[in-house]
Design a protein around this ligand. Structure first.
Ligand code: BDR
Ligand code: CA
Length: 300
């Protein structure tokens, strides 16, 4: 199996990403690291513990950065609620948090694949501290080839810490960007919720999470069903054929007056820069959801 570290900010879709990463036989989940974004570091770390406790996942959980590299923290309370994982009531916490900082846990010795589903603060700090030799590749949920979701042109994870995103895209490490243009195809319809709920207690917990997520996506964006953003990044590592990608240059807007956090994706090579990323452009939606359901079933 592929050794991976999942850097996340749970978050409803991050919670499912944790289950997918832990339940997929193709992956060897070495650690879960947390970063402030959807909610404060304390809240998202507690949420990682909640999900791992509910699912019997016993990998190390390590806390990372409590704020972006140079900006104040901006959280997504409107989408994920006051706790960062509103909806279900969780049972007792049975897993702890290790002492080490996220960035030190990522440095495992053997090169790992970093899957990043929150702001890129920890990943940028890791690269600055340890260089690139310990990372095989970085697969991140963030950005878009189209419009944003936090401002008209910025997606949330990039908007929260654009300076960190700029470090990651300029690092020279193979980067795959899973943006809104594909994650908005991964819609959790009522039939997907029913498939979760048929799996028993853990599946019903997923159903409760998705029901809350559906309500905020309906209220804030008018979506008929919520997009399961973060698990798409995990799916790309499980089976690259699930997500079609093209090579392109991606620039991060850090100084725009109206566009900070925008991912400038040069799909047609018009700017003359060398490509620095694989950019997701397609998703096999049915096979993706089969993998998500299968992973939760294996953890049940
Ligand atoms: C991203 O923002 C967060 O709210 C989600 O967890 C996801 O990582 C989508 O823009
Ligand atoms: Ca996330």
């Amino acid at each position: 199996p592929t050794p991976v570290v999942l850097d996340c900010d749970p978050g409803h879709d991050d919670a499912i990403a944790i289950l997918l990463a832990a339940g997929a036989p193709e992956l060897d989940l070495r650690a879960i690291t947390t970063v402030a974004a959807n909610q404060t570091l304390d809240k998202v770390t507690l949420n990682a513990q909640r999900i791992c406790s509910a699912a019997g996942i016993s990998v190390p959980i390590a806390r990372g950065c409590s704020r972006p590299l140079v900006r104040p923290l901006y959280v997504a309370e409107d989408i994920h609620g006051e706790s960062g994982l509103d909806g279900p009531s969780f049972g007792a916490i049975s897993v702890g948090v290790v002492e080490d900082h996220a960035v030190d846990i990522m440095h495992a010795g053997e090169p790992v694949t970093l899957i990043a589903t929150g702001a890129l603060t920890n990943v940028a700090l890791y690269l600055q501290r340890y260089g690139t030799s310990g990372v095989r590749e970085i697969v991140l949920m963030g950005g878009s080839t189209e419009r944003g979701n936090t401002t008209p042109y910025a997606e949330f994870n990039i908007y929260v810490d654009p300076e960190a995103a700029a470090v990651v895209f300029a690092s020279g490490v193979p980067v795959t960007m899973i943006g809104l243009n594909v994650t908005h195809q991964a819609l959790v319809t009522p039939s997907v919720v029913a498939r979760f709920e048929a799996l028993g207690p853990l599946g019903r917990l997923c159903g409760e999470l998705m029901t809350f997520f559906a309500a905020t996506y309906r209220d804030v964006f008018g979506f008929a069903a919520p997009p399961l953003h973060d698990p798409v990044a995990v799916a790309r590592v499980i089976d690259p054929s699930l997500v079609t990608c093209v090579e392109a240059f991606v620039g991060i807007e850090t100084t725009g007056t109206l566009t900070r956090g925008a991912t400038v994706v040069d799909l047609h090579g018009r700017m003359g820069f060398e490509p620095n990323a694989q950019v997701a452009v397609g998703l096999d939606v049915d096979r993706f959801f089969d993998r998500v359901i299968d992973a939760v079933a294996r953890l049940t």
